[in-house]
Design a protein around this ligand. Structure first.
Ligand code: HEC
Length: 182
């Protein structure tokens, strides 16, 4: 008996809820048909704020420019503090959480045959994509924005000069370093 009573109460509650939702929908249908030309109040959304912020940020020099002042020594430091937990960059060095990075610059996406890459990186590799200076720069800015579904959980290097330095370092980790861009 008690449970029957409970059902009735619950049923009444649900009915009231549905009624309220219905009323709300009806209300929207009636009242939201025309929006005022000038809204009475302005809600600042993240979207509205984003472009303004971008406009203020100093334009980032192209990677070809930044490489002119980036040194291998500075790059080694950036690598040690940001990449080394997951990557080894020595010739014949092991894969770790991430693939060995010897010869990655100028090489194909997913360049280490012995590493199990994400589906996202394998898809990129199938397009024949090679790691150009520009692509590594974009990847290191935000790995998951560049390769969706990447296994590289690293958040990215926000400073353009840090990216240039580590790219200069990676360039040196190759039997035939790729020519520097003009
Ligand atoms: C938390 C671990 C982790 C950190 C930190 C990390 N990586 Fe990675 N990295 C990975 C993994 C895992 C992959 C493989 C990505 C995939 O399969 O999608 C990868 C892939 C890469 C690739 C592509 C390799 C290829 O063969 O195509 C490059 C280049 C790279 N990382 C550079 C860096 C650099 C430079 C840093 C430091 C600024 C860094 N990574 C920091 C884990 C990491």
């Amino acid at each position: 008996m008690e449970s029957l009573l409970f059902n009735k109460i619950a049923g009444a509650g649900l009915g009231a809820l549905l009624f309220a939702v219905g009323l709300n929908l009806l209300g929207e249908g009636i009242f939201s048909s025309e929006s005022p030309a000038k809204p009475g109040f302005i809600v600042k959304t993240a979207d509205a704020a984003a472009p303004a912020k971008e406009e203020k940020a100093a334009p980032v020099a192209p990677i070809a420019e930044r490489l002119k002042t980036a040194t291998v020594a500075a790059g080694e430091k950036v690598f040690s503090s940001n990449c080394k937990t997951c990557h080894n960059a020595e010739q014949n060095g092991p894969n770790a959480i991430g693939p060995n990075l010897w010869g990655v610059l100028g090489g194909p996406a997913a360049h280490m045959k012995t590493f199990t890459y994400s589906g996202g990186m394998m898809d990129r590799s199938k397009t024949g994509a090679m790691w150009s200076y520009e692509d590594i720069d974009t990847f290191l800015t935000s790995p998951k924005a560049f390769v969706s579904g990447t296994k590289m959980t690293f958040v990215g290097l926000p400073k353009p000069e840090d990216r240039a330095a580590v790219i200069q370092y990676l360039r040196s980790k190759s039997a035939e370093p790729m020519p520097l861009p003009n």
